[in-house]
Design a protein around this ligand. Structure first.
Ligand code: MG
Length: 328
């Protein structure tokens, strides 16, 4: 008999990882807080989250595993309606790792935590034998203060709500892929950045925003499918409104990748009541010209429907076989 095994796709934001979370983790560990499946848990006045980072390569255009490990957790707390304050930092390092690279990463962590105005208040450092890990893995957890009127939840999402992305998509994923494959004719930097300033001011100004998630693993396609499954509301997306830079599109064509599945590390997807959607967009446009209303909640459709530039329609599903492991 074939025993089922865990494969790379279980860690990639695919349908397989979505199902594994339900079949293995939620089945045994669920409670009312975990079951909400937001990017961070809201516990009274606190918002709490954790994340692990295994990106390969550890240094890539525009960023590195150090910055990523701070911004990743900071951004999860922000999109969940919290103001991140304190982080923990745990590292697993493979024997033989260069001390100069470790110092470079810690300098990056320092810079990213200053930018995000968070303090690293707890830490752990472990070393494993050569070949028992790949260079360095980092885990962070973070705690923040809940913004009083921000209450993002799948339950808030209603027909006709607008879907907004805060900037162009896919730059993080493609920059990691290009450097992994040693393709140097593009100059695409990761979008890895702190969302703290932008998202905190969004929640302060527009507490009516119904839901937010950062499209990391699996890109906007996975996030939209998670929103569909979480809210049970159909989604219609307009291809011509999705901001993808021309060089990202060109690189995607070379690598045979659909940009909608590429991870972003400094963008958010917002579900916003129709009434305030223009105001939210205009607010975003002040700092991010590529912010865009990409679609809407549509009770007449099932799943995530993409209206193509040529006027056709296709289902934008979770990726089933997409092979982009260790992107964050
Ligand atoms: Mg997230």
């Amino acid at each position: 008999m074939n025993e089922e095994i865990i494969t790379l796709k279980h860690g990639e934001g695919t349908k397989a990882s979505y199902n594994l979370i339900r079949e293995v983790f939620l089945k045994k560990l669920s409670n009312p807080i975990l079951a909400q499946l937001t990017d961070a848990a809201t516990i009274g006045k606190f918002v709490y989250s954790c994340d692990s980072f295994t990106v390969d390569p550890i240094f890539f255009p525009g960023s590195d595993i150090g910055k990523l490990s701070v911004f990743g957790t900071v951004n999860d707390i922000c999109v969940s309606g919290g103001i991140p304050k304190y982080l923990s930092l745990a590292m697993i390092v493979e024997e033989g790792f260069l001390k100069s690279d470790l110092i470079r990463i810690v300098n990056s962590i320092n810079l990213a935590s200053r930018i995000s105005k968070v303090d690293i208040v707890s830490g752990d450092f472990k070393v494993v034998e050569r070949g028992k890990a790949d260079k360095i893995f980092i885990s962070t957890s973070g705690i923040g203060e809940k913004i009083q009127n921000a209450n993002p939840s799948f339950k808030n999402i209603k027909n006709k709500d607008k879907i907004i992305v805060t900037g162009s998509i896919g730059e993080h994923g493609i920059s990691v892929m290009l450097s992994r494959k040693k393709i140097f004719e593009f100059n695409i930097k990761s979008d890895c950045q702190s969302l703290k300033k932008l998202v905190t001011s969004l929640w302060m100004k527009f507490p009516q925003i119904n839901f937010m998630r950062d499209p990391t693993r699996g890109g906007i396609a996975s996030v939209l499918n998670e929103i569909y499954l979480g809210s049970k509301k159909g989604i219609r997306i307009f291809e011509e409104n999705i901001p993808v830079r021309r060089d990202v599109k060109a690189a995607c064509e070379i690598l045979g990748i659909d940009p909608y599945y590429l991870a972003c590390e400094g963008r958010a997807v917002l579900i916003v009541p129709d009434k305030i959607s223009r105001k939210v967009l205009n607010f975003l446009k002040k700092t991010s010209k590529s912010a865009s209303i990409i679609g809407e909640i549509d009770d007449n459709v099932k799943g995530v429907v993409l209206e193509t530039v040529s006027g056709g329609e296709r289902i934008l599903d979770f990726s089933h076989s997409f092979n982009l492991p260790r992107i964050c």
